[in-house]
Design a protein around this ligand. Sequence first.
Ligand code: ATP
Ligand code: MN
Length: 468
Amino acid sequence: MDRLSVNDARKPDTIGKQVRLSGWIRTRRDSKGGFSFLELNDGSSLGNIQVIADGSLANYENEIKHLSAGSSVTVEGEVKASGGQGQATEIHAASVVVHGLADPEKYPLQKKRHTMEKLREWAHLRPRTNTFGAVMRVRNRICRSIHEFFQGEGFLWIHTPIITASDCEGAGEMFRVSTLDPDKPPRTPAGGVDHAKDFFGRAAYLTVSGQLEGEIYATALGKIYTFGPTFRAENSNTSRHLAEFWMVEPEVAFYELTDNMDLAERFLKRIVSDVLADCGEDMEFFQERIDNTTLARLEKVTAGEFHRVTYTEAIELLTTSGQKFEFPVQWGSDLQAEHERWLTEQHFGAPVILYNYPAAIKPFYMKVNDDCEPGRQTVRAMDVLTPGVGEIIGGSQREDRLDVLEARMRDQDLNLDDYWWYRELREFGTVPHAGFGLGLERMVQFVTGMANIRDVIPFPRTPGNAEF
Ligand code: ATP
Ligand code: MN
């Protein structure tokens, strides 16, 4: 007796086998002939398998006929070819063991469709829905692609710390990590909180990015990536921001900005083609039930090359577009989501890499371009914008000249001593290097068409929300 997943049992090559399947009932339908059809799902695929439970089974009347959505069972029986539409196989049950019933008066996931907002209140049950099962299978496939892509290219996965004292300047507001009593913290003579008495002997935070630490390892081991949770205490209640999200950050020694763009493009293409190859049934579901532009959008990724446009050219396109924006743009201003979306959705209708941004709106570690027009100093930053999501990747070539780096730090009023180790990477055997960060949840949104980032992570953390 083989223990099979529903996904495997749905394949015709299992016909004739005696199998054992376990999962949750989606529906039960009783036939006049004195038997019942059970739709069983175990999360291994979007589709269910149909189980035929005959009235002659010992527990038919007192258990099987009480099964309803959400009940859990183990079924043993033979896989047979199915005459039903859209299914190759079905199970003729020799036994149905009921683990637990789910009271249909109380179980929230009844046949009717619930809004995504409602489902967020049931974060403990929503993985049992078609949508969340599909999201999690695709999310898992993306994570596997991320590792396979980088490992295949010879990158080392480096575990950068979650608790950090460095603040990757400009990335966002940070959550403080402290064991001091908030009601009566030790005080310095001047009256401030004395962090020297805190757990780490200094102020500490949850990381907003592993980049600075990633640079340490890239400038020793060549090609590295980090992949882990990242935290931002930004109070932005948008459909694209979480307070806790997962980020992938490759960092490569001897890479310049164009190498970095090539890497980002190869990387995104690989993820998309893996998902299309392996998650066909789930992707069809997203196309039909969530967003009917999903597959066309993904084809744009695998088909052509990404557009590459300088910030200056983008400003030109935006100011001559005739489009009314809420925030007007001019050279030097930060692009808002509406501008990014106009470029990638309206103008190009495809992924775009914007690069060479004004130095004044970017952090100190980005490499300053030498050949700038007077009054228009730029840095080698790059953002990848995608239709539907906007910014999905942010990255840059890093400043590798100690004097330029320090001048930029002074311009931004940073304390150079805090970055002594970062500066030493430029003092001892400095090398050109570059890297970027991809937000995993934005990638899942892009691939699935899910509108809200809260619905592509198991337990979303946003301002005011940390239940479960
Ligand atoms: P945005 O302008 O959209 O807030 P950012 O410029 O702050 O993004 P980076 O600091 O460059 O983003 O971070 C790299 C990537 O991490 C982004 O391109 C995005 O995919 C992702 N990301 C950033 N902030 C968040 C967030 N709060 N929630 C989810 N993903 C995020
Ligand atoms: Mn941000």
